[in-house]
Design a protein around this ligand. Structure first.
Ligand SMILES: *[C@@H]1O[C@H](CO)[C@@H](O)[C@H](O)[C@H]1NC(C)=O
Ligand SMILES: *[C@@H]1O[C@H](CO)[C@@H](O)[C@H](O)[C@H]1NC(C)=O
Length: 403
C-alpha cells in the first residue's frame, strides 16, 4: 500500500516536471516566432521604402556595406577647390559638376578620350565646369592620369615641337584647363562575390559615384552653386544637354536615347509642363524608371539630403532618386519639356581583347611596331606576350602578305 502511494506520488511529480518543461518549450517557441515576424515586418518596411518589391535580407546587407564603403583615394584634385566655387558664386555662375565612374577595360581609353573632348569643348565655350573621375581601383592608375593630362593639358593637340611652325598652331582657346579630380574608388569586394553577382548583377560605378559625392560634400559648402550630373563614359552627349542641365534648380530630368525597350527612356510631360509618368521603364515597381544619364540635381540638394546610391544593379537610379525625396511635381522637365533627345546610351561593344594579336614586335625592332605595341598594351588593347604573333591576322611585309 505504502509503496503504491509512493509510486503515484513520484509519477505525479514527474508529470508536473514534464508539463513544466513542455510549457516552457511552447512558450519560448512562441516568443521566438513573434520576435522573428516583427523583425521581418520591420525589414520589409525598410526594403519597401528603398526598393519596393525586392524584399530580402540582401537589400539590407547592401545598404550596410554601402554606408561604410566611402574609403576612396584622391589621385589628383584642382588647387583650392573651395575658392573655385566661391569665385563662381561671386560671378553668379552655376558650375556643372560632372561625375564619371570608370573602370579598366579595352575601350576605356577610347571612351574617356571622347568624353574628355566633349567636356573640353564646354570649357572653350567658357562654361564653368569641374570633372570628377572615379576609377574602380584600389590604387591610382597612371594610365588614366596620363590620358587626362594629355587630353586636357594646355594643348590637347599634343605638345610636339614640330607643330609650332604650323600655320594652325596658334589656336586661340588652347591653354584653358578643365579642372579635374581623379579618385580611386574600388567597388567593395562583397559585391563582386560570384553568387551575389549571379543573383543581383554587378553594381558598376556605384562606389565611384558615391566617392565623388563624398568628395564634393567635403570640398563644397551647402550654399555653393552647382548642378551635378552623372555622365558615364559609355554615352554620347550633345553639347546642348549640358546647357539644359545648367538650368536645373533642384532635380531635372530629360530623355535618354537608345535604351530598351522603347528606344528612349524619360518623363511623360503633360500640357502644363508637369511630369506625370515615365516612358520606357519595364519595372512597374519603380517610381523613377530613368537612366543614370537622364537626370541632374543641385549641389544644395546633395548637401541637404546626403543621398546614398544603393549597391544594386538596375536599382541605382531608383534608390538614389527616392533618397533625394522629390516627387513627380517637383521634377523639372528639360530639353523642351522632354521632347528632345540630347544624350544616348551608346554602350560601346566590348571587343574580345584576348583575341587581338600582332606580330611579335621584337622581330620588327627597326619599325614602328615596338612603340605601337607598347601603346596598345598601355591602352589595354592587347596583353603583352599573349597578344604577340599570329599568322592568322592580315600582315603584309613588302609584297608578301600573310592572311
Ligand atoms: C511599416 O510602415 C507602415 C506605413 O509606413 C507603418 O505604419 C508601420 O508602423 C511600419 N512598421 C514597422 C514595423 O516599422
Ligand atoms: C513647357 O510647357 C509649358 C506648358 O505648356 C510651357 O509654358 C513652357 O514654355 C514649355 N517649355 C519649353 C522649354 O518648351
Amino acid at each position: 500500500m505504502e509503496s503504491v502511494r509512493l509510486l503515484r506520488l513520484t509519477s505525479r511529480v514527474w508529470l508536473h516536471k514534464f508539463a513544466l518543461v513542455f510549457l516552457t518549450i511552447v512558450f519560448l517557441t512562441l516568443i521566438f516566432k513573434a520576435l522573428k515576424s516583427s523583425k521581418q515586418t520591420a525589414s520589409q518596411n525598410v526594403s519597401n521604402e528603398r526598393y519596393d518589391g525586392e524584399k530580402d535580407d540582401e537589400d539590407e546587407h547592401g545598404l550596410a556595406e554601402a554606408t561604410s564603403s566611402e574609403n576612396y583615394g584622391v589621385c589628383q584634385q584642382p588647387n583650392e577647390v573651395g575658392n573655385m566655387f566661391q569665385e563662381w558664386s561671386k560671378t553668379n555662375q552655376t558650375p556643372l559638376i560632372i561625375i564619371t565612374p570608370t573602370y579598366e577595360r579595352s575601350e576605356q581609353t577610347a571612351e574617356l578620350t571622347r568624353l574628355s573632348q566633349t567636356l573640353q569643348l564646354l570649357i572653350w565655350a567658357q562654361m564653368p565646369l569641374i570633372w570628377i573621375i572615379a576609377h574602380d581601383s584600389r590604387v591610382c592608375h597612371e594610365n588614366v592620369r596620363a590620358l587626362i593630362d594629355r587630353k586636357l593639358g594646355s594643348n590637347p593637340f599634343g605638345n610636339r615641337q614640330e607643330l609650332q611652325g604650323h600655320k594652325n598652331y596658334n589656336r586661340p582657346l588652347v591653354g584653358t584647363r578643365l579642372p579635374v579630380t581623379i579618385l580611386s574608388a574600388p567597388m567593395p569586394s562583397a559585391f563582386r562575390d560570384p553568387e551575389r553577382v549571379r543573383r543581383f548583377g554587378l553594381p558598376r560605378g556605384v562606389a565611384g559615384r558615391r566617392a565623388a559625392l563624398s568628395w564634393l560634400i567635403k570640398h563644397t559648402r551647402a550654399n555653393d552653386p552647382g548642378v551635378i550630373y552623372f555622365a558615364d563614359d559609355d554615352n554620347v552627349y550633345d553639347l546642348e544637354v549640358f546647357e539644359e542641365i545648367s538650368k536645373t534648380h533642384r532635380l531635372s530630368m530629360f530623355p535618354v536615347g537608345l535604351l530598351q525597350p522603347s528606344g528612349v527612356r524619360g518623363p511623360i510631360v503633360d500640357v502644363h509642363g508637369r511630369v506625370i509618368g515615365f516612358l520606357g521603364g519595364r519595372r512597374p515597381f519603380r517610381m523613377f524608371p530613368v537612366d543614370m544619364a537622364g537626370f541632374a540635381f543641385s549641389l544644395a540638394l546633395l548637401h541637404q539630403k546626403r543621398p546614398l546610391m544603393p549597391f544594386r544593379a538596375t536599382m541605382e537610379e531608383e534608390g538614389f532618386l527616392r533618397a533625394l525625396g522629390v516627387d513627380y511635381g517637383g521634377i523639372e522637365p528639360l530639353a523642351n519639356n522632354c521632347t528632345r533627345i540630347l544624350v544616348w546610351h551608346t554602350m560601346t561593344a566590348a571587343p574580345q581583347v584576348n583575341s587581338f594579336q600582332i606580330p611579335n614586335p621584337s622581330g620588327y625592332s627597326d619599325t614602328n611596331l615596338p612603340l605601337l605595341a607598347q601603346n596598345m598594351v598601355e591602352q589595354g588593347l592587347i596583353k603583352a606576350a599573349k597578344g604577340w604573333f599570329s599568322h592568322d591576322i592580315p600582315t603584309c611585309l613588302g609584297q608578301t602578305c600573310y592572311t
